[in-house]
Design a protein around this ligand. Structure first.
Ligand SMILES: NC(=O)c1ccc[n+]([C@@H]2O[C@H](COP(=O)([O-])OP(=O)(O)OC[C@H]3O[C@@H](n4cnc5c(N)ncnc54)[C@H](O)[C@@H]3O)[C@@H](O)[C@H]2O)c1
Ligand SMILES: [Zn+2]
Length: 367
């Protein structure tokens, strides 16, 4: 079905699904749902509190207008309650409402909502279909696509989960109107990361048209976001279970980013902010190895700064970061796999980075 807002079709072992990105496009949701195979059934909207009441009411009424018998549940789905307690509240509600496997679930919120609701959908009645309507820039560019779902344990983040692909990802920029600016900027880190690792033309658009892009309030900005989203979707299609060389490249800046989040106790930085500083360490490693020149380092730094992101922190400590890197759960057999740039738009994987190079690259962001 033709839709000019189609960013990508994600192809997975659990089926193919469309990712739609545009501004003020809620009226198109009905057709997309039908295309995804949801004939007039019952649907269960589960929404983050931040969408309540105005946007929840809007979505509820829109779903009813398409002919779906709609039930709605709002609960607080933020990082602090990304735990089994929230999953269990969702199970209880679904069972009270007598949800059946032929019905479907709508996840409406940020990345936390998508992860938790996607997990509940994977496990309730051994699996109900669901769709994603992400409401943060970070979840639009990243979390809503790819089917990774789950929740945190006291002992660590995302330790319980499953791969459960949605049947549709529907992204309407209008839902970002209420998103705080810091959350928006944090999302830009992931969107720009996609350009850095695989699309120099997109990077140049980010560079030269910031004014039209940053507020996400026009068709051009939607078009740019659509391109960035398309990159994530393509990567998932190529490497659904992160076994190959593709999906891991999305971790550009994340080894150090995770370490920064950890040493600052997940309080000082939003995820994208920490990744932004992490990407500066990564590009300094690339510089150190002679893969890129200093101009490329400057271009990356400028773009991150221009999109409201931090690129250094004088309070970080090299030894603490090195210790935290060793604990990253993405390490394979205790080895860190570094994602580096060979060029803007071209990422490579490097397994062997000397301690000396690493220390020197970290020291460049501590000022
Ligand atoms: N599944 C994946 O592949 C994947 C990838 C990246 C991140 N994640 C997960 O995503 C989560 C982070 O997602 P996030 O960055 O979207 O954060 P989030 O879901 O915690 O949302 C951030 C904050 O914004 C609020 N919010 C959401 N939408 C809003 C809106 N439109 N207006 C105002 N406030 C709004 C939320 O209530 C929350 O307080 C993490 O738990 C991370 O593990 C998952
Ligand atoms: Zn990330």
């Amino acid at each position: 079905m033709k839709n000019k807002y189609l960013a990508a079709v994600v192809k997975t072992s659990q089926g193919d699904y469309r990712v739609i990105v545009g501004k003020s496009i809620l009226n198109l949701l009905g057709k997309e749902l039908e295309f995804a195979g949801f004939m007039k059934k019952k649907c269960f909207i589960i929404a983050d509190k931040s969408m309540f009441p105005k946007n929840v009411k809007l979505l509820h009424e829109t779903m009813e207008s398409f002919g779906y018998k709609t039930n709605t549940f709002s609960l607080e789905l933020t990082e602090e309650n990304k735990n089994y307690n929230s999953v269990s509240k969702i199970y209880d509600w679904l069972s009270t409402m007598k949800a059946e496997r032929k019905d479907f679930i709508v996840s409406f919120g940020g990345g936390v909502a998508g992860d938790i609701i996607g997990f509940a959908a994977a496990s309730y009645l051994r699996g109900m279909p669901y769709i994603q309507i992400p409401t943060t820039l970070a979840s639009m560019t990243d979390a809503a696509i790819g089917g990774k779902t789950g929740y945190n344990l006291e002992t660590g983040k995302n330790l319980v989960g499953s791969f459960n692909q949605p049947k549709l990802v529907f992204e309407d920029l209008d839902f970002l109107n209420t998103l705080p600016i810091r959350e928006k900027n944090s999302g830009w880190a992931e969107a720009i990361k996609h350009a850095l690792i695989s699309d120099v033309n997109l990077f140049e658009e980010f560079e030269s048209n910031k004014k039209n892009i940053i507020n996400l309030d026009n068709e051009y900005a939607a078009e740019i976001l659509k391109k960035s989203v398309g990159i994530k979707a393509q990567v998932v299609t190529k490497d659904e279970f992160e076994r190959g060389q593709d999906r891991i490249k999305l971790n550009y800046g994340h080894t150090i980013g995770h370490a920064i989040e950890k040493v600052t106790k997940f309080k000082k930085y939003l995820h994208g902010e920490a990744v932004s500083i992490g990407m500066m360490v990564s590009i300094n490693i690339s510089l150190n190895l002679g893969l890129v020149n200093i101009d490329t380092v400057k271009r990356q730094k400028n773009i991150l700064t221009n999109y409201g992101l931090p690129t250094n922190d004088k309070n970080l400590n090299t030894e603490e970061l090195l210790e935290a890197i060793q604990m990253d759960k993405k390490n394979v057999d205790g080895k860190v796999r570094w994602i580096l740039l060979r060029n803007i738009g071209e990422a490579i994987i490097e397994d062997n980075i000397s301690l000396e190079v690493l220390k020197s690259s970290i020291s460049k962001i501590i000022y």
